[in-house]
Design a protein. Structure first.
Length: 262
């Protein structure tokens, strides 16, 4: 696919249709990034979604993906809640985002996607990451400043490195994050790199952030690989958790503060 080419598709979201485009943008010299852009019917915000693991979700020309989990498979859920989303794949010069999520080059790629979103509707643009993807969202907030997201949402965040596949959100300079931040984490997340008990300490380190809130999640289905399914991916309660995230973003945008609760 050449830069600038897009394919219009139909996405059913809660009985309504949202327009979906497969988009590819130049980001750095000889580098492009492909993403699925799903536009809400009456958007109130935008968001860039970062899948966890190695980040290579494999976007096909028809808009389907090789990997569809909580965020990569969340286009309909977010648009139904009034948030237009860009679900990003790895850039053309990478096979994965391993050891790349905290770099200036990655932030530059993200900046191009955020600029695209802001050009569409002049609404705030948020960065939402899950698991390893939380590092991508946090890095964008730290390195991009005014070109970066208006706020970040960090879900099932990786906080330790039990193996080479884990890339903790703490690899970003979280004490330099100034934008509003929401953590969303399942109380019984069984993935070794993402224990719920580590989240309060990570939140406490973010002393410059305008707001730091937590949605502590319970329920869902505990089955499958603990780092790729189950509580870690909010299995069985994806729609509820997505709505909680969207409601928090809307409250913050309307009031400048947002109590998350449990």
């Amino acid at each position: 696919m050449k830069p600038g080419l897009l394919i219009a598709l139909a996405l059913v979201a809660g009985g309504a249709f949202a327009q979906v485009e497969v988009k590819e943008l130049p980001t750095r010299p000889d580098v492009t990034i492909r993403f699925v852009y799903a536009r809400a019917e009456n958007p109130v915000a935008n968001a860039v979604l970062f899948q966890g693991g190695p980040g290579n979700i494999g976007i096909f020309p028809n808009g389907s993906m090789r990997v569809e989990n909580f965020l990569s498979g969340g286009a309909a859920r977010f648009t139904q809640n009034g948030i237009s989303v860009a679900i990003v794949d790895v850039p053309s010069d990478r096979r994965s985002l391993d050891e790349f999520r905290h770099t200036q080059e990655h932030a530059q790629d993200v900046a191009a996607v955020i600029a695209f979103l802001r050009q569409q509707n002049k609404l705030p643009a948020w960065a939402i990451g899950t698991s390893n993807g939380s590092l991508s969202a946090a890095t964008a907030a730290v390195l991009l400043r005014e070109r970066g997201p208006d706020g970040i949402v960090l879900t099932s965040s990786t906080t330790s490195k039990p193996g080479p596949a884990a890339h903790p959100v703490t690899d970003a300079a979280l004490d330099r994050v100034t934008v509003p931040t929401l953590f969303v984490h399942h109380k019984e997340d069984a993935c070794r790199g993402t224990p719920y008990g580590a989240i309060p300490g990570v939140m406490a380190s973010m002393k410059q952030a305008r707001v730091v809130d937590l949605i502590a999640v319970e329920g869902g289905e505990n089955r499958g690989n603990p780092c790729h399914s189950g509580y870690h991916q909010f299995l069985g309660i994806e729609a509820t958790v997505t709505q909680q995230i969207a409601d928090w973003i809307k409250r913050y945008q309307s009031t400048g503060k947002a109590g998350a609760g449990s």
